[in-house]
Design a protein around this ligand. Structure first.
Ligand code: G16
Length: 544
C-alpha cells in the first residue's frame, strides 16, 4: 500500500499544556490539525519506527475518528505494531499499564480528561513515553517546535478498520492488535490489593457503596473489577455506560460535579463509601458517610497505611506531592523516615522519581493519586486502596481519617477556582503578585506573618532539568500557605486557582467546617491578589 505524503502548513498554538494538547473538538476537526500534531510526534519520537505503539482514548466525541487517523499515520510512519483498545477505548492508567506490560515504545492517549465532551466541547491528545508516563517537558517542547515548521504528514489511503472485534488486523505493513482494554489493568489491580478481604467486606451485609463512573471510561473497568471480580452487588457502579458526551455531564469527580453520588452518602442512611472517577479514569474522589476526603489527605492516609495492603506490604520508599497539594504527606514521610518531594503541577514531574525508585506513592490536590505500579495517576487504584484499608481496618472512612489527624495533626485545605476569567486580567493578577513577592517576607497579612514568598521553580533531582514560574507560593510562620496558579488544562479564557492550607495540631479543633475555619486565610488571599477588582468575580465558581 502506498504511503501518501500530504502537504500541510503549521497551526498556531499546538503547545501541550499541563497534560497534552487540549482544544475544542471544532479546533481538532479542522483539516490537518490533528494530523500535524501526530506527525510532529512521529518526526520527533523516531524510536517509534519499527516499534510497538499503544493507542486509545476515553471514548469521548471524536475519539473514534481520531483513532482511525492515528492508526493510518502510525502505519505510514513505519510503526510495526499498534495495540488499540476495543472500540478505541483505554483509560489513561490502562494505557500506562499496557505500555509497561508489553514494553512498547510509547502510547498516544486521546482525552481531555475531566473536561466535558461533545461536538462543542473538548478533546485532547498526549504522548506517553516508554516508561508509561506522560512525556517530559523536553519531549513536549520538541513536539511543539516541530508543529511550528511542519510541512507534510504521512498517511495511508485506506478505509476505517473495525475496532469493535478483538483480534489482529493488517494496516499497510503494520499489525493492529485490538485488545480487551480492561483485562490487563484488572489483573494488575488484583496483584496489588487483597481481593479476598474486599470481597468479604462486600458480602458482610453491613457495607454499602456506589462507584460513579460519570458515563465515562471507567464504567467497564469498574463493572469488571468491583462487580464481576469482587462480587459487589450489580448496580454498584452507577452511570456505568460510557457516552460520547458523558451524558451531558462534566466528568470531574469533585463535590461540585458528582452531586448525585455525594447526595447518596449524606444523612443517617448515607452510603458507607462513595467513589468516582473522571473522563479518562485517572482521577478519584473518595467519600465516606457524611464525609469528604480531600485528595491531599487521601495521599497522606494511603502513605501512612500502605503497609496494610499486599502490594505495598514492605513499605514505601518515598512520597511526592505537587506543590499546591497540602503538606499532610510531608508529615507522614517524616514519620516514616522517607523522602518527600515537592514537584510542579503535572503528573509528568513524578516520572523520573518513580523510574529512579526514589518514591513509591505520589499525589496531587487535583484528585490524582498513584504509585509506581504505572506512570499515571490512577482513579480505580485509589478506590481499591481505600477499600482494602476499610476491609482490613474494619473502620469507617471518617474514623480512618480522623484517627490520622489525631496522629499527625490536620492540614485544613481548600481550593477556590475562578473559571473562564479574562486571560489578560488573570495574567495581570499573577504579574501583580510577582511584583509584590520581594516585599512580602516578614510582612503581616491579617493575623499571619509571611515567612517566604516566591514563584515556585523546580529542579528535577534525577536529570537536573528546571521548570520555572510554576505558581506563586506564600508561606506563613504558622505553617499556613496560599498558592496562586493559572490552570494549564482549560480551553477557554483562564482559570485562576487559589489553594489554601493551614495546619491545626489540636484535635479539639479538627471537626470545624473547612470553609469557616479557613475564612481568615481566604480573605487574605482575595485581598492580596485583588481578585475582585481584577477579575470582577466576588466568589469562586468551584470550591473543592
Ligand atoms: C492534569 C494533570 C495533573 C494536574 C491537573 C490540573 O490532570 O495530569 O497533573 O494536576 O491536570 O492541572 P491544572 O491545574 O493546570 O488545570 P488531568 O486529570 O486533567 O489529566
Amino acid at each position: 500500500m502506498e504511503t501518501q505524503n500530504i502537504a500541510t502548513t503549521p497551526f498556531d498554538g499546538q503547545k501541550p499544556g499541563t497534560s497534552g494538547l487540549r482544544k475544542k473538538v471544532k479546533v481538532f476537526q479542522q483539516p490537518h490539525y490533528l494530523e500535524n500534531f501526530v506527525q510532529a510526534i512521529f518526526d520527533t519520537q523516531t524510536d517509534l519506527e519499527g516499534g510497538t505503539l499503544v493507542v486509545g482514548g476515553d471514548g469521548r466525541y471524536f475519539n473514534r475518528d481520531a483513532i482511525q487517523v492515528i492508526l493510518r499515520m502510525a502505519a505510514a510512519n513505519g510503526v510495526s505494531k499498534i495495540l488499540v483498545g476495543r472500540g478505541g477505548i483505554f483509560s489513561t492508567p490502562a494505557v500506562s499499564c499496557v505500555i509497561r506490560k508489553y514494553k512498547t515504545r510509547g502510547g498516544i492517549v486521546l482525552s481531555a480528561s475531566h473536561n466535558p465532551g461533545g461536538p462543542d466541547e473538548d478533546f485532547g491528545i498526549k504522548f506517553n513515553a516508554a516508561n508509561g508516563g506522560p512525556a517530559p517537558e523536553s519531549v513536549t517542547d520538541a513536539i511543539y517546535e516541530r508543529t511550528r515548521t511542519i510541512d507534510r504528514y504521512l498517511t495511508l489511503d485506506t478505509p476505517a478498520i473495525d475496532l469493535d472485534a478483538l483480534g489482529t488486523l493488517k494496516l499497510g505493513d503494520a499489525e493492529v492488535d485490538v485488545l480487551d482494554p480492561v483485562a490487563d489493568y484488572a489483573d494488575l489491580m488484583e496483584s496489588l490489593f487483597d481481593f479476598n478481604a474486599i470481597h468479604q467486606l462486600f458480602n458482610s451485609g453491613h457495607f454499602s457503596m456506589r462507584f460513579d463512573a460519570m458515563h465515562a471510561v471507567t464504567g467497564p473497568y469498574a463493572v469488571e473489577i468491583l462487580e464481576n471480580r469482587l462480587g459487589a452487588m450489580p448496580g454498584t457502579v452507577m452511570n456505568a455506560e460510557p457516552k460520547e458526551d458523558f451524558g451531558g455531564g462534566h466528568p470531574d469527580p469533585n463535590l461540585a460535579h458528582a452531586k448525585e453520588l455525594v447526595a447518596l452518602t449524606r444523612g443517617q442512611d448515607g452510603l458507607d463509601f462513595g467513589a468516582a472517577s473522571d473522563g479518562d479514569g485517572d482521577r478519584n474522589m473518595i467519600l465516606g458517610k457524611n464525609f469528604f476526603v480531600t485528595p491531599s489527605d487521601s495521599l497522606a492516609v494511603l502513605a501512612a497505611n500502605a503497609h496494610q495492603t499486599p502490594g505495598y506490604a514492605t513499605g514505601i520508599r518515598g512520597i511526592a506531592r505537587s506543590m499546591p497539594t497540602s503538606q499532610a504527606a510531608n508529615r507522614v514521610a517524616d514519620f516514616l523516615g522517607v523522602e518527600c518531594f515537592e514537584t510542579p503541577t503535572g503528573w509528568k514531574f513524578f516520572g523520573n522519581l518513580l523510574d529512579a525508585g526514589r518514591i513509591t506513592l505520589c499525589g496531587e490536590e487535583s484528585f490524582g493519586t498513584g504509585s509506581d505500579h504505572v506512570r499515571e495517576k490512577d482513579g480505580l487504584w485509589a478506590v481499591l486502596f481505600w477499600l482494602n484499608l476499610l476491609a482490613v481496618r474494619q473502620q469507617s472512612v471518617a474514623e480512618i481519617v480522623t484517627d490520622h489527624w489525631r496522629r499527625f495533626g490536620r492540614n485544613f485545605y481548600t481550593r477556590h477556582d475562578y473559571e473562564g476569567v479574562d486571560l489578560e486580567a488573570a495574567e495581570g493578577l499573577m504579574d501583580h503578585l510577582r511584583i509584590l513577592l520581594p516585599s512580602l517576607t516578614g510582612k503581616k497579612l491579617g493575623d499571619q506573618t509571611v515567612s517566604y514568598a516566591d514563584d515556585f521553580a523546580y529542579t528535577d533531582p534525577i536529570d537536573g532539568s528546571t521548570s520555572e514560574r510554576q505558581g506563586i507560593r506564600i508561606g506563613f510562620e504558622s505553617g499556613a500557605r496560599i498558592v496562586y496558579r493559572l490552570s494549564g488544562t482549560g480551553t477557554a479564557g483562564a482559570t485562576l486557582r487559589v489553594y489554601l492550607e493551614y495546619f491545626e495540631p489540636d484535635p479539639a479543633r479538627h471537626q470545624q467546617e473547612t470553609q469557616t475555619a479557613m475564612q481568615p486565610l481566604i480573605l487574605i488571599a482575595r485581598e492580596l491578589a485583588q481578585i475582585e477588582a481584577r477579575t470582577g468575580r466576588c466568589e469562586p465558581d468551584v470550591i473543592t
